[in-house]
Design a protein around this ligand. Structure first.
Ligand SMILES: O=C(CO)COP(=O)(O)O
Length: 253
């Protein structure tokens, strides 16, 4: 199965309703490759999800940035997978390194979240990635494999999963992974899926790169054979997000 290029915009904890409307208006006017070529998903903060969903062009989709690990109930401050489904929010980002690091989300907890979200019918962008210290000590592949394993152990169907490789040292730092660095880890992740899940899942699962992607560096990254798209932070709030979406056409050449 061909892997359709995927571009996600993670807006993180940014924006006012005015700014959100402006970003959406820019996206709505953009000429981008068709849905057959690229799948575009933007992820505003929870409170703006209904607004964005109601005004966003219909060929782009929305994602939440998190959801609760199990069925909703007495969990103050949380948003459940059921609520996202109820509002027809199709996607959720889980396991982002900011949540792993700042909110102590463990590999196990992320695995449980991914499994529960999928069980409710959500599609999941599951994030993995090593810190600078881990990279420098040579444990990058072991770290991302362990993070992926914690997810793989709890799910039986990868159809609705996009795996995002986001090296922590590249997030928000302007220090993008080189195309070779990204390709190397993406290939290792695909091999891990082949050896530990199945050849079919390895061939069909999209592995996207995140960490200081911008309009200038996206094409070279997109040209790597195992880079199936991007999860974009800072640049997804700017018009250059459109250039990143357009980098999908690199795969067609
Ligand atoms: O964390 C990211 C996307 O989830 C990447 O953030 P930046 O693109 O701002 O580095």
């Amino acid at each position: 199965m061909a892997r359709k290029f995927f571009v996600g915009g993670n807006w993180k904890c940014n924006g006012t309703s005015e700014e959100v409307k402006k970003i959406v208006s820019t996206l709505n006017q953009a000429e981008v490759p068709s849905e057959d070529v690229v799948e575009v998903v933007v992820s505003p903060p929870f409170v703006f999800l209904p607004l964005v969903k109601s005004v966003l062009r219909s060929d782009f989709h929305v994602a939440a940035q998190n959801c609760w690990v199990r069925k909703g109930g007495a969990f103050t401050g949380e948003v459940s997978a059921e609520m996202l489904v109820n509002l027809s929010i199709p996607w959720v980002i889980l396991g982002h390194s900011e949540r792993r690091a700042l909110l102590n989300e463990s590999n196990d907890f992320v695995g449980d979240k991914v499994a529960y979200a999928l069980s409710q019918g959500l599609k999941v962008i599951a994030c993995v990635g090593e810190t600078l210290e881990q990279r420098e000590s040579g444990s990058t592949v072991a770290v991302v494999a362990e993070q992926t394993k914690a997810i793989a152990e709890k799910i039986s169907n990868w159809d609705n999963v996009v795996l995002a490789y986001e090296p922590v040292w590249a997030i928000g730092t302007g220090k993008v992974a080189t195309p070779a660095q990204a390709q190397e880890v993406h290939a290792e992740l695909r091999k891990w899926l082949k050896d530990n899940v199945s050849a079919e899942v390895a061939a069909s699962t999209r592995i996207i790169y995140g960490g200081s992607v911008n309009g200038a560096n996206c094409k070279e990254l997109a040209a790597q054979p195992d880079v199936d798209g991007f999860l974009v932070g800072g640049a997804s709030l700017k018009p250059e997000f459109i250039d990143i979406i357009k980098s999908a056409t690199v795969k067609k050449n």
